[in-house]
Design a protein around this ligand. Sequence first.
Ligand code: SAH
Length: 246
Amino acid sequence: MVRFFAAKSDISDTMIKLSAQDASHIRSLRLRPSELFIVCDGEGLDYICRLAATRAQETGDVFAEILEAGSSLGEPSVRCSVFIAFAKGDRLDYAVQKSVELGAHDIKLFPSERCVSVPGDISKKTDRLQKIAMETAKQCGRGIVPEITALDSFKSAVGLAVLADLPLFFYECEKKLGLGAALDQRTAYSTVSIFTGPEGGFEPHEAEFAQAEGMLAVSLGSRILRCETAPVAVLAAIMLHSGNLA
Ligand code: SAH
């Protein structure tokens, strides 16, 4: 079923006001009046709807008539925050799209010493990535649209990441603790931070700082994954381990 997101303020007991963009999307799909679609409130609640027969006369607003409501099925039981270092080109586009598909709760971008590129206009970058997150969330059936934010320092990123039950710092120079062992160490986790570095990897003093603050330095084995692959591989592994991938 096609899926849209609506602001809570546009949802009443029986009707949902669709955004102009979604209304024109519905028109282009040529949905028949009997065809159903889903409108999600972005907070985990899905409404099964059909197009309302009448439009608002003055504004031309298009409404969806609510037939049924229920929890979104697309939200995993584990809340993963993904911290990704700024990277160049379209690498972040890929990482954001795949992270949203795999169930990331939110994505935070941060600068790190070996970043090859930090965007000049950060809000333009986050706006673009937020659009990718929205389109992906619709396409894959998420119950929320993961929020994309940019943090202004490596230290503030670590400060937020350590708050999770499982704060994982992926360090290409770590040789002892693998991801599997880190996950098995703590079976009851409901929040996870996944922290991955830029093209150039992390500086040793960054890894030391993160560990001193309480993060676990974790290895992904003997191959080096690209900066856009690492968070996606980790999310897939955590979703499988926590029973959210099957
Ligand atoms: N250029 C660096 C690697 C950077 S990979 C080098 O050649 O060593 C980008 C990021 O992905 C890393 O900072 C780390 O967070 C993650 N990553 C990639 N491969 C990894 C591995 N085998 N173990 C742990 N983290 C890894």
